[in-house]
Unconditional design. Structure first.
Length: 435
C-alpha cells in the first residue's frame, strides 16, 4: 500500500487518515443494527415464503450472512439499499461451508433455527472478533434441555433431535447469543418453553418482534422471562420488518462529537435503547436532547467544552455494553481527571489500549480494570484496528489527536459500520479513506 501525503504507515489493505479540526455539526442518520440484522437473517430459515428486512445496514457481515443463507439453498436479494429479501423454504443442506461460518460470530445464530426446523445441523465453530473466549456452553445446555443431542470434534459442532420439545430453562447469566438460539429453536418446538434469565437487549427484543410478525407466540418480550409456545414443527410465515437502529453506531457518533465539540442531530437514534450510556455521557458533560422528526425518534447531542472523567463498568443490558467500552476509554483519554473502567463481560477486550497509548493516551491495565488519566490532546501516529469497535474507537481518537492519525485494518470497521467515513465527513470531520 502506498502512503499518501502526510501518512506515517505503509501496510496492506485499505486505510483511513484522520485529522482533528473544527467541531462537528450537522445531521447523521443512524443505520440499522448489525447485532440485530444478522440474527433476523438467520431466523428467516424458520419461514416459508418471502421475508423482507428493511433498514438493513450496508456492511460486510450482512453480505457474509447472505452468502451463508445462499449456501443453504435460500434465495437472498438486495432489492435496493437498505432492503434485503430472503425467499425461504426447504434448505438443501444443514451444513454451511466452514470458510463462511468462521468469518463471523453471528454464524452461531443458525444453530437454533436449523436444528428446530430440520432436526439436524453441523456447524463449524464460529469466528468473528478476537477478544477472548466466548463459549457456547449455555446454547448447548439450553438446547439439550429441549431434547437435542450434541457431538463435537476439533472444529465443528453437530446437533440432532427428532423434534425439540418445550422445556423450563434458567440462565445464570443473560447471554444474548444463547437467548437468541433458545428462542429461535423454541418457536417451532412441541410445547411451551419458559426461559428465565433471558437477555433483554434491544436486539433481542427486535428478534422476538420479528418472530411474532412471522406468526410465533412469544410472551414477556423485553423482560427476563420469556414464554414461547411452539408450533409443533410447522414453519412460520413471511414478514416485512424494519431493523432497530444501531445503538453502538449511535454511541460512536456521540463519542466523536464529545472529543471534537459541536452539535450533531442523530436521526433515528433511540434514547430508550441506550439510556444508561446517555446518562453516563451526560455526567461527562454532554447535553442530550431527545427529538421527534416526522414521527421518528432522534437525539441532538451537544459538546461545548472539555468532558469530565467518570468511572465506568460494563454490565449486561440495561447496563453499559462491552461494545461501548472502547469508545468510553477513548473519550476518557482526553477528559479532565482520572477514571477507572472495569470490564465485567469479556476480560480480554483491551487490545486497543496499546494503540491508544501509541497516540499518547495515559492508560494502564490491571486485570479487568483500566486506569485512564486524561490528557489535553492525543498525538497523531499510525495505529491498527484490531476489531470492529476498537477500529471505530481509533477513528474517534484521531479526531482528538494533533497531526495525522493513520488507521490500518479498517476491514474490521467495514464488518460493522455503514459508511463511517462518509457519515463523519458529512458533518465536518477531516477524514479520508484510501483503498
Amino acid at each position: 500500500m502506498s502512503s499518501s501525503p502526510g501518512s506515517s504507515v505503509a501496510s496492506d489493505g485499505p486505510y483511513v487518515e484522520v485529522r482533528s479540526g473544527t467541531p462537528l455539526n450537522g445531521r447523521i442518520e443512524v443505520p440499522g443494527a448489525k447485532n440485530s440484522v444478522l440474527k433476523l437473517m438467520a431466523a428467516s430459515v424458520l419461514a416459508d415464503g418471502v421475508v423482507t428486512i428493511d433498514n438493513a445496514p450496508a456492511i460486510v457481515d450482512v453480505a457474509i450472512m447472505a452468502d451463508l443463507l445462499r449456501s443453504l439453498g435460500l434465495s437472498v436479494d438486495v432489492v435496493n439499499p437498505g432492503r434485503v429479501q430472503i425467499t425461504a423454504g426447504e434448505a438443501s443442506t444443514v451444513e454451511p461451508p466452514a470458510d463462511l461460518v468462521e468469518r463471523m460470530r453471528a454464524s452461531v445464530n443458525l444453530l437454533g433455527p436449523l436444528l428446530t426446523r430440520y432436526g439436524r445441523v453441523r456447524l463449524a465453530l464460529p469466528g468473528g472478533d478476537d477478544f477472548g473466549s466466548r463459549p457456547i456452553d449455555m446454547h448447548v445446555a439450553g438446547l439439550e434441555a429441549m431434547g437435542a443431542r450434541f457431538r463435537f470434534d476439533a472444529a465443528c459442532v453437530e446437533a440432532s433431535a427428532e423434534h425439540l420439545r418445550g422445556a423450563d430453562i434458567v440462565f445464570d447469566f443473560p447471554s444474548v447469543g444463547a437467548t437468541e438460539n433458545i428462542v429461535t429453536a423454541a418457536v417451532l418446538a412441541h410445547g411451551i418453553t419458559v426461559l428465565e434469565g433471558a437477555a433483554r437487549e434491544p436486539e433481542v427484543v427486535d428478534l422476538c418482534r420479528f418472530l411474532v410478525g412471522m406468526g410465533a407466540a412469544i410472551e414477556g418480550i423485553g423482560s427476563a422471562r420469556l414464554v414461547i409456545d411452539g408450533t409443533g414443527g410447522r414453519p412460520l410465515g413471511p414478514v416485512c420488518h424494519r431493523v432497530v437502529p444501531d445503538r453502538i453506531q449511535a454511541a460512536t457518533y456521540i463519542a466523536a462529537v464529545a472529543v471534537s465539540g459541536g452539535q450533531l442531530h442523530m436521526v433515528d437514534a433511540r434514547a430508550g435503547d441506550m439510556e444508561m450510556f446517555l446518562r453516563r455521557v451526560t455526567e461527562m458533560g454532554l447535553k442530550i436532547d431527545p427529538v421527534t422528526d416526522d414521527g421518528s425518534h432522534g437525539l441532538i447531542v451537544t459538546s461545548s467544552g472539555p468532558i469530565r472523567a467518570i468511572d465506568v463498568q460494563t454490565l449486561p443490558y440495561p447496563g453499559i455494553a462491552t461494545d461501548y467500552k472502547p469508545l468510553v476509554i477513548t473519550m476518557l483519554a482526553v477528559a479532565e481527571g482520572s477514571a477507572i473502567v472495569t470490564e465485567n463481560l469479556y476480560p480480554g477486550r483491551f487490545r486497543y489500549v496499546d494503540e491508544l497509548v501509541r497516540l499518547g493516551a495515559d492508560v494502564r491495565l490491571d486485570g479487568h480494570h483500566a486506569l485512564v488519566r486524561g490528557v489535553e490532546r492525543l498525538r497523531g501516529t499510525s495505529v491498527r484496528a484490531h476489531d470492529i469497535r476498537a477500529g471505530a474507537a481509533m477513528v474517534v481518537a484521531g479526531l482528538a489527536a494533533d497531526g495525522v492519525t493513520t488507521i490500518s485494518g479498517v476491514q474490521h470497521i467495514d464488518r460493522g459500520y455503514d459508511d463511517l467515513v462518509g457519515r463523519l465527513q458529512s458533518v465536518g470531520a477531516d477524514i479520508t479513506r484510501y483503498g
